[in-house]
Write a protein that binds this ligand. Structure first.
Ligand SMILES: [Zn+2]
Length: 128
């Protein structure tokens, strides 16, 4: 039998898949976009050094216009980072380099998670 936390994780995974499927495609929203990579680092709210950093290369031809990263704290309930709006604005503005942060609003034990995801995007566009 699955533990409730696994069920919760499975439910969130399914929800994310549905949102990705329903989102418009990235290439339809920003046709000039050719290359997109996101460097993602996450840290606890009070820490200054990121605990994890990884680069996510986006498959521009098929990716959804939906950007979400799960919270890396396995005890975090209803957490995660969604930063679609700010990334899409940067891409529509043809920014080659952009960055932002998102604070997790999930719950860990009895307090707000507050893990901070920092994303640095680098993008290339077709000449106008
Ligand atoms: Zn969290």
């Amino acid at each position: 039998m699955m533990k409730p936390r696994n069920l919760e994780a499975a439910r969130r995974f399914t929800e994310r898949r549905e949102r990705e499927d329903q989102a418009p495609r990235l290439h339809a929203e920003v046709p000039a976009l050719e290359v997109l990579a996101l460097e993602l680092s996450e840290r606890r709210g009070e820490a200054t050094q990121p605990e994890t950093t990884h680069v996510r290369r986006i498959v521009v031809a098929s990716a959804p216009a939906y950007f979400q990263t799960p919270c890396s704290d396995s005890n975090c309930i209803d957490g995660g980072h969604e930063y679609t709006a700010t990334v899409m604005k940067a891409l529509r503005d043809r920014q080659a380099l952009f960055a932002g942060e998102h604070t997790c609003q999930g719950t860990v034990a009895d307090h707000v998670c507050e893990r901070v995801l920092r994303y640095v995007g680098s993008a290339k566009y077709a000449k106008a």
